[in-house]
Write a protein that binds this ligand. Structure first.
Ligand SMILES: C[S@@+](CC[C@H](N)C(=O)[O-])C[C@H]1O[C@@H](n2cnc3c(N)ncnc32)[C@H](O)[C@@H]1O
Length: 190
């Protein structure tokens, strides 16, 4: 009981520290408001295998991992080596239950090398590449896989091919959730 309480406090502290650093350094983390929606989707889906595209310094990976147990695994991809280094340190500090694997590389090259299936994906990297990430990950997903795409409000134009596909291809049930001046597209594979 004591161990659980102290682990919980430490993960919250790490998240607050990253939020403060993000404010100072203008880092585009998903943040606490959209983060609440993301965490709620993870809680509902209870995924064992999570794919994240766009780690930055680990905020959203920690936020998702906080909702999961030690049977879960998060694979997260980041193109910049410096961010991977900091993300790794933050993940260790947060001490979340799931195993977290941070892969350095371009998601367009890394996704095809991954073993699926993934039960949940969070897409938050290059906005004009969302559609390609999704298509590359599609054979590693299954009926019921939940895909959350960040910035579907402010960057809707850059990701119009993605949004058109999840909303109109008949392969997903998709909805847009507005949060402040931005939003997330939440799509469930049919
Ligand atoms: C918006 S930030 C991610 C924020 C993070 N998900 C969070 O909420 O804490 C986008 C990240 O995607 C990375 N990125 C951009 N294009 C990428 C690509 N093709 N492959 C992997 N990472 C990429 C950027 O370097 C950046 O760190």
């Amino acid at each position: 009981m004591i161990a659980e309480k102290s682990a919980f406090r430490s993960v919250e502290e790490v998240l607050r520290q990253i939020e403060e650093a993000a404010q100072r350094e203008f880092l585009p983390i998903v943040g606490p408001n959209k983060g609440r929606i993301l965490a709620e989707e993870v809680r509902k889906a209870k995924p064992r295998h999570v794919l994240e595209v766009g780690t930055l310094i680990g905020y959203s990976a920690i936020l998702m991992g906080k909702e999961l147990d030690e049977n879960a695994e998060i694979v997260t991809i980041e193109i910049h080596r410096d961010e991977v280094q900091i993300a790794g340190e933050n993940v260790v500090k947060a001490n979340i239950p799931p195993k977290v694997t941070i892969i350095t590389g371009d998601a367009l090259e890394v996704i095809p090398t991954l073993n699926g299936p993934f039960d949940f994906a969070f897409i938050d990297a290059d906005k004009s590449e969302y559609f390609q990430y999704l298509r590359l990950a599609e054979d590693k997903s299954h009926k019921g896989t939940v895909v959350v795409a960040d910035n579907a409000g402010i960057f809707a134009d850059q990701m119009s091919d993605y949004l058109d596909y999840v909303r109109n291809s008949g392969r997903y049930r998709s909805r847009y959730v507005q949060v402040g001046d931005d939003g997330m597209e939440i799509s469930v594979k049919l």
